[in-house]
Every structure is written in structure tokens, then in C-alpha cells.
Design a protein around this ligand. Sequence first.
Ligand SMILES: [Zn+2]
Length: 102
Amino acid sequence: MKIKQIFQWLLGSNKKKSSSPQNGMQADKSEMMQKVLTMLSNTQDVEMTCDEVFAVLDQFAELAARGEDVSRLMPLVQHHLDMCPDCQEEYKVLQRIVLNAV
Ligand SMILES: [Zn+2]
């Protein structure tokens, strides 16, 4: 969703400036594009935030309780849980609730 916004922003600002194509602006644009590309390549394997993980954690716990391969289905969540003790705690609590409910 963020990526889409960046592109929309790029396209929008491009339209406004289209009346005067100057060399300086071209340089600005390609520099901006470079930044976006760097951003994109960085975000591909960037971890989820705690908020994002928390939003899907109950789903994750449910899938795990059902014996689904969560590390394949939601690898980013699994990855985050491996790294983040806070979310691990939260997950343990949810897991207990889910397992009790089954
Ligand atoms: Zn976390």
C-alpha cells in the first residue's frame, strides 16, 4: 500500500511539472526514482512492524493450532516472532487461548 502511494505521489508531482522539462528537473526525477527503487529493494525483505504482526497474530496462532505450516504461509510473521520477544510473548498468550478454544 505504501509503495502504491509512493508511485502515485511520483506520478502526481510529475504531471504538475510537465509544462517545463528542464535538465535540472530531469536529474531531480531520476534521483527521486533512484531513491524509490532503493526503498523498494529494501522493503522486500524488511521485517514487519510489531503493529502489523499484532494485527494478524490471532490468525497466525489459529493456523498454527490447526497444524498449518505457518512459516510457509506467513513467513514474515514467523520471522518477526523469531526476532521479537515482545510479540513472542503476545503469541504465546494467543496460542494458549486458541488451543483452549479448540
Ligand atoms: Zn514485535
